[in-house]
Design a binder for this molecule. Structure first.
Ligand code: ZN
Length: 218
């Protein structure tokens, strides 16, 4: 894994495969944004796996189905302080790099799922820039997002991250909303507004890490 600085205090954990990303970030992600696990300090991957299979009545396909991650820095503190006991090798790698760089926010993607990147950067901007967050909230309030809200709740997102998710989905994932049958025509306008906001806030500097990636992948 490489931890790239994207802008200011935002870092991107970049993995070769989606599997590696998910296996490394699962507990950080679910401790942050899962209605059931947010209070379960110290939960194990096994506990999560059992819960997942029960809830979705399916095999455990998290490692192949979740391809983007967003984690504010305060989450890592619990893992650094030892509240989660012994960490896996993959988690230790994350913590080692986080300790060194002191990010405010970490997003995670893999080489196999680069398309998730804008959605995740949007979360990072939302989580680190108050002005961006306020402007995004103001935009989504103008539109009817009730169905997306319900869909996110059913997916165990915590109430506090729902507006954030709605803004990220509308900004860069309308196809996904179509698939879920929660799309509305008016989101075209919402998307335009959110994209303008995003483009004003995302630093062109990020092209530097893209170049670094390309170099390494040669
Ligand atoms: Zn998201």
């Amino acid at each position: 894994m490489k931890l790239y600085n994207i802008q200011e205090k935002i870092y991107m954990a970049y993995y070769d495969t989606a599997q590696e990303a998910a296996r490394s970030l699962i507990r950080f992600q679910e401790f942050y944004d899962n209605e059931v696990f947010r209070d379960k300090v110290g939960f194990t991957i096994k506990e999560y796996r059992e819960w997942y299979k029960r809830k979705w009545k399916s095999r455990f396909d998290y490692y192949s189905s979740i391809v983007g991650f967003n984690i504010p820095a305060f989450i890592f503190e619990y893992f650094i302080e030892g509240d989660f006991g012994r960490l896996t090798k993959r988690e230790q790698e994350v913590i080692r790099k986080v300790k060194k760089t002191k990010p405010a926010y970490v997003i995670g993607i893999s080489k196999q799922n680069k398309s998730a990147i804008k959605h995740e950067i949007a979360h990072a901007l939302y989580g680190t820039k108050t002005r961006y967050r306020m402007a995004a909230e103001k935009i989504i309030l103008k539109y009817n997002t009730e169905k997306i809200h319900r869909w996110l709740k059913k997916d165990f997102h915590i109430e506090e991250t729902i507006a954030d998710e709605i803004h990220a989905y509308i900004m860069d994932d309308l196809d996904h909303l179509k698939e879920e049958d929660i799309y509305r025509e008016e989101y075209i306008d919402a998307q335009k507004e959110l994209r303008e906001l995003y483009n004003r806030n995302v630093k062109k500097k990020r092209y530097k890490w893209q170049k670094m990636q390309e170099e390494e992948e040669k």
